[in-house]
Design a protein around this ligand. Structure first.
Ligand SMILES: [Zn+2]
Length: 106
């Protein structure tokens, strides 16, 4: 029974040391992650300075006032407004156009 207790204490001490080592590694990894996140923020700011603010392909800015999201995609609100106005204009022109009799009787 005594040998079993000694073995148990040795295993417990080894486990404690291993646990301490893993905690130290975890703390180091967390510090590295924070440093890398700071680096990402710094590089993103440099990229923003170099390229200017991000834009859509149409050239309009992608700030939060000009973006709407639908089904996981991001769309340009300015272009949507333009297309919508053009569509309304076409519909209004079609509705106000004189009705042409197309039966061919003259
Ligand atoms: Zn646009």
């Amino acid at each position: 029974m005594t040998q079993l207790c000694v073995f148990y204490q040795q295993e417990s001490a080894a486990f404690g040391n291993e646990l301490r080592l893993m905690r130290a590694e975890m703390i180091t990894c967390a510090q590295n992650a924070r440093a890398l996140e700071a680096e990402v923020v710094r590089l993103r700011a440099r990229l923003f300075q170099a390229l200017g603010p991000p834009k859509f392909r149409c050239g309009h800015s992608t700030d939060r006032y000009n973006v709407y999201e639908r089904k996981g995609k991001r769309y340009c609100r300015t272009c949507h407004r333009k297309h919508s106005a053009a569509s309304s204009k076409r519909k209004a022109a079609a509705a106000s156009a004189p009705i042409v009799d197309s039966c061919g009787d003259g």
